[in-house]
Design a protein around this ligand. Structure first.
Ligand code: UDX
Ligand code: ADP
Length: 463
C-alpha cells in the first residue's frame, strides 16, 4: 500500500518529534498527530514554534517548516483515523499503579482504548503501528480487539519501536542507528512491512532498516533499554567501590571503554538514571519473566533497578552525612531538575527522589533548571507516593538563575548535566555561600581541582 496519509495517536515525547521528522522528510505524506489533551494540541499549534510543548534541540525549526504544509495537530481523533492508511499508536504506557502487576507491569489501558477507537472508526483496511514501548505479545491483544470489534476491515499490526533518546531526539530520528520493523510473516504482513520501509527509506538507507517478526521487535526494544540501563548500574556499582578504594570511576570508565568489546558509551557514573523508559521497561521485563516462572531471569534484571535506587539514596545520604549529619533548615541548592540535559522532561528524574529524601530531613531546597518550571517540580514531588508530608511549597524555592539559587546555600548538588553549569563564575558563587561551601557533583561535570582551589569542598561520584 502506498502511504499518503498517516495518523499518530499521542502527541507526546515520542509521537510529536517522530511525526515532525516524518513530515519533514516525506512532504508527499500528510501527517496528522492527534491527542485527547486539548491543551497539548493547542501548544503544538502555537503560532510561535518556540512555544511547542516539548523542548528538543532542532525540533521547533522542523515544526515551523512542516506545520500547516503536511504536518497537522488536532483533537479530532476519529477523523484522522478514518482518513489515514497507517496509524501509529504513541500513547503512554506507564507502570501500573493498581491491581495485578501494580508497580511492575505496563498499564495498557491507553493502548486498548486506542485499539477500540480504531476498530470503531475504520471503514477501510489499515496498518496499525505500535510505536509505544509495549510488553511482548501486545500486538496480539491489539489484533484480537481490532479483528473482533471492527467493521470487518483488515488490519495489519506492525511493531516499530522508537529508539530516540530525549535531548537528542531530532538527531536520533534524522540519523538512526537502525529502524526496526516487526510484522507478520504472511504475505499481507510483508506488504505492510514494506509500506513502512518505504516511508523510512525517504531518508534512511535500506541497510539500516531491519525487519523481524513482531515478537522479536517488541522484545528488542525492552532488551535494548535493559542493556543500556544495566551499563549505568554497573558503572554506578563500581563508583561506590571506587569511593572506598581510592580508585577514580572516571578513570576506570575510560580504561574499560577503550576495550573495543566494551566501548565508551553509557559508562558515565551518575546520581542514577531517570527518564520515562529505563525503569518502566525493566520492571516490565521483570514482570514478564516472572509471569513465565523465570525467577532467575527476573531477579537478574531487577538488580539493575535496585542498584539505581541505591545510588539515588546514597547520594542524598552522603549530603546529610557530610553536612555534619543534619540538613534541617539548611539551604541546599539543586542545579538541574530534568532527568538529563537538553530536555524539559522530568519523569523519574533522580532530582525528585533526592529532593524527597532531603525534604524529609527538613532541608530547604532551592532549584534552578534552565527548562523546568516550578509547577512541574511541585507536581513531581506531590506525585511521589512515598512523600511523608506535603510541605513542598514551604520546602522548595525555584529561581530563574543559578547565582540567586546558590546565594546563602550550605551546599550545591548537581542533578542534571546542563552544559551551562560548567561555564559559571564559581568564585562568585563560592563568595555568596555559607562556609564551608560544599558541592556534590552528581554528574561529574565540574572541574574538581579548580573548585577546590577556590575553597569548595568537592564531592564527585566515585572519585
Ligand atoms: C532511553 C534510550 O537511550 C532510548 O534509546 C529509548 O528510546 C528511550 O530510553 P532516554 O531515557 O531519553 O532514552 O535518555 P538516555 O540518554 O538513555 O538517558 C537515560 C538516563 O540515564 C538519564 O537520566 C541519563 O542522565 C542517564 N545516564 C545515561 C547516565 O547516568 N550515564 C550514562 O552514561 C548515560
Ligand atoms: P511518550 O513519552 O510515550 O510520548 P507522553 O505521555 O509524552 O508519552 O505522550 C503520550 C500522549 O498520548 C499524551 O499526550 C496523552 O494525552 C496521549 N493519549 C493517551 N491516550 C490517548 C488516546 N486514547 N487518544 C489520544 N491521545 C491519547
Amino acid at each position: 500500500m502506498k502511504i499518503t496519509k498517516i495518523c499518530c495517536i499521542g502527541a507526546g515525547y515520542v509521537g510529536g518529534p517522530t511525526m515532525a521528522v516524518i513530515a519533514q522528510k516525506c512532504p508527499h505524506i500528510q501527517v496528522t498527530v492527534v491527542d485527547l489533551n486539548e491543551q497539548r494540541i493547542a501548544d503544538w499549534n502555537d503560532p510561535n514554534p518556540e512555544n511547542i510543548p516539548i523542548y528538543e534541540p532542532g525540533l521547533s525549526e522542523i515544526v515551523a517548516e512542516a506545520r500547516g504544509r503536511n504536518l497537522f495537530f488536532s483533537t479530532d481523533v476519529d477523523k484522522a483515523i478514518d482518513e489515514a492508511q497507517m496509524i501509529f499508536i504513541s500513547v503512554n504506557t506507564p507502570t501500573k499503579t493498581y491491581g495485578k502487576g501494580k508497580g511492575m507491569a505496563a498499564d495498557l489501558k491507553y493502548i486498548e482504548l486506542c485499539a477500540r477507537q480504531i476498530a470503531r472508526v475504520a471503514k477501510q483496511n489499515k496498518i496499525v503501528v505500535e510505536k509505544s514501548t509495549l510488553p511482548v505479545r501486545t500486538a496480539e491483544a491489539i489484533k484480537s480487539i481490532l479483528d473482533n470489534t471492527g467493521n470487518g476491515v483488515q488490519f495489519q499490526i506492525l511493531s516499530n519501536p522508537e529508539f530516540l533518546a530525549e535531548g537528542t531526539a531530532v538527531a536520533d530520528l534524522l540519523n538512526p542507528d537502525r529502524i526496526l520493523i516487526g510484522g507478520d510473516t504472511t504475505q499481507e504482513g510483508e506488504e505492510a512491512i514494506n509500506s513502512l520501509v518505504e516511508v523510512y527509506s525517504n531518508w534512511v538507507s535500506k541497510d539500516r532498516i531491519l525487519t523481524t517478526n513482531v515478537w522479536s521487535s517488541e522484545l528488542s526494544k525492552l532488551t535494548a533499554n535493559a542493556f543500556l540501563a544495566q551499563r549505568i548500574s554497573s558503572i554506578n556499582a563500581m563508583s561506590e567501590l571506587c569511593e572506598k578504594t581510592g580508585a577514580n570511576v572516571n578513570e576506570v570508565a575510560k580504561a574499560i571503554g577503550m576495550d573495543s568489546r566494551i566501548g565508551p558509551k553509557f559508562l558515565k557514573a551518575s546520581v542514577g538514571f531517570g527518564g520515562s523508559c529505563f525503569q518502566k521497561d525493566i520492571l516490565n521485563l521483570v514482570y514478564i519473566a516472572k509471569s513465565y516462572g523465570l525467577n532467575e531471569v527476573a531477579d537478574y534484571w531487577e538488580q539493575v533497578i535496585i542498584m539505581n535506587d541505591h545510588q539515588k539514596r546514597r547520594f542524598s545520604n552522603k549530603i546529610v552525612q557530610t553536612l555534619y549529619n543534619t540538613v534541617a533548615d539548611k539551604k541546599i541548592t539543586f542545579l538541574g531538575w530534568a532527568f538529563k540535559k537538553d530536555t524539559n522532561d522530568t519523569r523519574e528524574s533522580a532530582a525528585i527522589y533526592v529532593a524527597d529524601d532531603l525534604i524529609n530531613e527538613q532541608a530547604k531546597i532551592s532549584v534552578f533548571d534552565p527548562k523546568v518550571s516550578k509547577t512541574k517540580m511541585l507536581s513531581d514531588l506531590d506525585y511521589l507516593e512515598t512523600r511523608e508530608n506535603k510541605n513542598n511549597l514551604d520546602a522548595l524555592s525555584v529561581f530563574d538563575n543559578a547565582y540567586d539559587a546558590c546565594k546563602d546555600a550550605h551546599a550545591i548538588a548537581i542533578l542534571t548535566e546542563w552544559d551551562e553549569f560548567t561555564t559559571y563564575d564559581w568564585k562568585r558563587i563560592y563568595d555568596s555561600m555559607h562556609k564551608p561551601a560544599f558541592i556534590f557533583d552528581g554528574r561529574n561535570i565540574l572541574n574538581a581541582k579548580q573548585l577546590e582551589s577556590i575553597g569548595f569542598v568537592y564531592n564527585g561520584i566515585g572519585a
